[in-house]
Design a protein around this ligand. Structure first.
Ligand code: PRX
Length: 652
């Protein structure tokens, strides 16, 4: 492990749970200690009891953890259930008229959907899916804007046992096509267009391009009408959402599935060019989704929860589409962006809908912090009682601003560490029971055996960096990488002989046992909280006809966390002046087309060579230092082409 894993952060502040908060919290100190103790003493019994309490089973399970096929761990695998039933139907008697989703559009209109309404919409759309010949086990790709129908579509798939794969609406046609083909999806559900920040995103057009570029498995496309523009509808393949549900019943018996039945795939970036289809299973995922909404977000019946993530990311799955519904909460779902029509939008939504628990990403906090305190002070944020963050380490300065300016000093902050692969929060404070420290995600949740270890798997001493691992399987863990068993094993399990789950992050624990996440150990960047593989961007760049070679690294960025820097070798002469400018634009557009605007390089630097070792390996560490503008002090004599450094630094 390289020296850069050694830890540098020093943060001494500690915030105890405010008394008023702790007094009403679901989990107090004593209960937390009890949960930890039970998990230590009787690991399976701990999860088994929780699974019986939190989930309505159609057929109860008798087995808790099955590790006979490790690292394909299975949970509760002789039990049967339906996830959509657990998120909707079981609340109808007691909460039928309660708001499930309060949706606010980009333009500012709002719509309240009760649990009863949600049931009817989901059942009706589930019947429509069946009428379009979608069956249990079929893969359905959802490429939708942030409208309630995105959640309806996900829940409808779960209701009939179809496996959804949501593709973020910001991904391009090419990225959509690759994900459709990897999943072998039979159907795409999309919208004519999406609305974001006053702009229209042509989703249907992009889905059409994906089809033109080859999606042989797709039989049907369902198109929700969100905008009023004209779109092409292909005869025999495309059907409008409103036509598909027309005449369908609002009753649809949930398909009962095995606990291990795949619930969804979600593609995420790894250290090679191709994204991984992370596959989750039904019962285990549902259990941790429900539990963490209670434990970490402390959701009570009268809370109004708002998670600002898009449903295209795991956060939008666990903390919009499934978790809050599983616990019968009321949540806000927002179509727009934090800065439209102005930088007060988030705070206005909080005020107007009486949000009590608010969950967002550090990048959004930093961007809004830059606009100044006066903006949030114009809004009544007094109903907020708990704040959360996710996606990347939060810098203590942003943490303090969030705490004081948004939370009025009274709201605990839950910094939640987890991943697409973990399904739900893993390391996060229990807000009524645990003190927090700005910049630390605190300690592992009960039943989550997280640790920081060295190359040999031994726990490291306090304040030393190492690999973040989880030492025991947990219910919402990924089950496999779709169609890629080898990658499942090599990415997560081989490093520690199938015993520990390798998260891919480096971390340290302080003397109180608190975790501090230091960053990825692989070539994965976090840009505005979105996970991007450097190799993925590199392969997009080299697929351009004029590019011979490319290397992509991150450099720190004060709002986005990391910015994308690309070093590019062109075929022919190195472009300079106007030619370089034109080429930069062409390549940024190209990456937007190949992956999506989120992956667009911030800087492109043309060079005649990349720093390589004598064995031909690109020295990324050196490139990262150069991208940051650091002086190169390390020994570069092992480089095959030391003379290239001044050019990379822009000095030649
Ligand atoms: O590096 C960690 C970072 O985000 C990665 C997971 O990315 P993704 O699967 O896209 O899921 C993001 C939303 C759960 C992790 O490996 N990360 C996530 N949360 C935190 C974090 N880094 C530091 N602190 C966090 N709270």
């Amino acid at each position: 492990m390289s020296e850069n894993i050694e830890s540098v952060l020093h943060e001494e502040r500690v915030f105890n749970p405010p008394e008023a908060f702790a007094a009403n919290a679901r989990i107090d100190k004593a209960r937390l200690a009890e949960l930890h103790e039970k998990a230590e003493k009787d690991y399976e019994g701990f999860w088994g009891d929780l699974a019986r309490e939190e989930i309505d089973w159609h057929k109860p399970f008798t087995r808790i953890l099955d590790d006979s096929n490790a690292p394909h761990f299975e949970w509760f695998n002789d039990g049967e259930l339906n996830v959509s039933y657990n998120c909707i139907d079981r609340h109808l008697e007691t909460r039928g008229d309660k708001a499930a989703i309060i949706w606010e559009s980009d333009e500012g209109d709002s719509l309240t959907i009760t649990y009863k309404d949600l049931h009817d919409r989901v059942a009706q759309f589930a019947n429509a899916l069946k009428a379009q010949s979608i069956e249990k086990g079929d893969r359905v790709v959802i490429y939708m804007p942030m409208v309630p129908e995105a959640v309806v579509a996900m829940q409808a798939c779960a209701r009939i046992g179809a496996i959804h794969s949501v593709v973020f609406g910001g991904f391009s046609a090419e990225a959509l096509r690759d994900r459709i083909n990897d999943a072998g999806a039979k159907m795409v559900i999309t919208a004519d267009a999406g609305k974001r920040g006053g702009r229209t995103v042509p989703l249907k057009k992009q889905a059409d391009t994906a089809m033109e570029h080859g999606c042989p498995s797709i039989e049907k496309m369902v198109v929700y009408r969100r905008a009023e523009g004209d779109v092409h509808m292909e005869d025999g393949r495309d059907v409008w959402w409103h036509d598909a549900i027309d005449g369908q019943s609002t009753e649809c018996a949930p398909e009962i599935v095995d606990a291990e039945h795949p619930l969804f795939l979600l593609y995420t970036s790894g250290s090679t060019g191709k994204p991984k289809g992370v596959q989750h299973a039904s019962a285990g995922y549902l259990l941790n989704a429900a539990l963490t909404n209670k434990w970490v977000f402390d959701l009570h019946d009268d809370d109004v929860f708002w998670c600002t993530a898009d449903v295209g990311w795991i956060t939008g799955h666990t903390y919009i589409a499934y978790g809050p519904l599983a616990v019968g909460a009321t949540q806000v779902m927002f179509e727009g962006v934090p800065t439209y029509p102005d930088g007060g939008r988030f705070w206005k939504v909080c005020q107007d809908h009486g949000v009590t628990v608010f969950y967002t990403a550090p990048t959004a906090i930093r961007a809004l912090m830059k606009l100044g305190e006066d903006i949030p002070r114009n809004y009544d944020l007094s109903r907020l009682r708990l704040l959360g963050t996710v996606g990347e380490p939060i810098n203590p300065e942003a943490w303090m601003w969030y705490h004081e300016v948004i939370g009025g000093g009274r709201c605990p902050i839950v910094d939640t560490w987890w991943q697409t692969e973990t399904g739900a929060h893993m390391i996060a404070p229990i807000p009524g029971a645990e003190p927090t420290k700005p910049g630390s995600c605190t300690t592992a949740l009960p039943g989550i055996m997280a640790d920081v270890v060295d190359d040999d798997g031994n726990s490291v001493d306090p304040d030393h960096g190492g690999y973040l691992v989880i030492k025991k399987p947990w219910p919402s863990m990924l089950r496999t990488v779709w169609n890629n068993e080898a990658r499942f094993r090599s990415s997560y399990w081989e490093k520690f002989d199938n015993k520990y789950y390798l998260a891919g992050d480096s971390a340290r624990r302080d003397r109180d046992g608190y975790f501090w996440i230091m960053g990825r150990i692989d070539d994965v960047l976090s840009v505005s909280g979105h996970r991007l593989g450097t190799m993925e961007i590199e392969s997009a760049l080299v697929s351009h006809e004029k590019v011979a070679e490319a290397a992509v690294v991150g450099r720190p960025h004060d709002v986005k966390g990391e910015a994308v820097v690309a070093y590019v070798i062109c075929k022919g002469d190195r472009p300079t002046g106007d030619e370089a400018e034109a080429m930069t634009k062409a390549l940024r557009d190209w990456v937007t087309q190949e992956i999506g605007p989120i992956a667009k390089p911030d800087d492109i630097r043309f060079t005649e060579g990349l720093p390589k070792t004598r064995s031909g390996k690109i020295m990324r560490r050196l490139l990262r230092s150069i991208a940051k503008g650091e002086e190169i002090t390390s020994d570069t004599s092992t480089l095959e082409n030391e003379e290239i450094i001044p050019q990379l630094q822009g000095k030649a």
